[in-house]
Design a binder for this molecule. Structure first.
Ligand code: AP5
Length: 225
């Protein structure tokens, strides 16, 4: 099963992606996660990507497109994949569509998580990341996934691990730029969503991201397979 997942930054793509991965055992390919791993590892790719990410800009297509297309050719993706964070503009959408056609790979589902921009911003700013597993949901503003307090410090509600914030999550100007790119329906990510929505092959699924994590995943899973 091959799936694309779209949604504004902070809408829950990573959260829902982890749930889908667990159920369907597909590879969860996260463009932002690949960049962050490279930044952590101090690679050339990471150093180049960091300056764009910190400003809330897209990493150039010349770096991002081959990185993702190569990733999809890896063995780990041979049984299916969930692509999260790519494509983010029309050029990336066209490059992906062309590469899938050339490889005779079928795209089964295109998911769009819809969320108001202000709510998405609050989700980003209150997100806390567990050092043991980024997919442990923690958010300081939602009771259901609030971190717990231990020795006067907030720790992961799932495993008690230490919590971090992402540098690009606390800079409001950078968040606004990320959302400007997402909601741009001429060349940005919304235009990429519309590109795939117009294709006749994949099933298009749109869900309301303002509901709880469980409600969103129930709505999503009921439409898959
Ligand atoms: P990326 O890592 O993709 O970050 P992002 O798009 O800004 O947002 P996320 O994907 O982290 O948010 P999310 O939708 O996964 O939300 P989450 O599930 O965490 O990209 C980072 C950067 O890399 C980009 O800015 C760009 O520079 C670069 N980049 C990446 N891809 C690129 C590309 N293709 N081309 C060029 N550059 C690229 O949820 C958010 C919070 O809300 C969490 O705390 C979660 O627990 C909570 N939450 C989730 N769902 C709910 C719910 N239903 N109710 C309550 N809380 C919820």
């Amino acid at each position: 099963m091959n799936i694309l997942i779209f949604g504004p930054n902070g809408s829950g793509k990573g959260t829902q992606g982890a749930i889908i991965q667990k159920k369907y055992h597909v590879a969860h390919v996260e463009s932002g996660g690949i960049f962050r791993q490279n930044i952590k590892g101090g690679t050339d790719l990471g150093m180049k990507a960091k300056e764009y990410i910190d400003r809330g800009e897209l990493v150039p297509d010349s770096i991002t497109i081959p990185m993702i297309l190569d990733k999809l050719k890896e063995n780990a993706c041979s049984e299916g994949w969930l692509l999260d964070g790519f494509p983010r503009n029309v050029a990336q959408a066209e490059a992906l569509d062309k590469a899938l056609k050339e490889a005779k790979l079928k795209l089964d589902y295109v998911i769009e998580i819809k969320l108001d921009r202000q709510i998405a911003k609050e989700r980003i700013m209150g997100r806390r990341l567990c050092v043991n597993d980024n997919n442990h949901p923690n958010h300081i503003a939602f009771d259901a996934i609030k971190p717990v307090e231990k020795d006067g410090k907030l720790v992961c509600r799932v495993c008690g691990g230490e919590l971090n914030t992402r540098a690009d999550d606390q800079d409001e100007a950078a968040i606004d730029k990320r959302h400007d790119i997402y909601y741009n329906d001429t060349t940005g990510t919304t235009a990429a969503v519309n590109y795939f929505k117009a294709l006749s092959g994949p099933k298009f699924i749109s869900v309301d991201g303002s509901k709880s994590i469980d409600e969103v995943s129930q709505a999503l899973l009921s439409e898959l397979n």
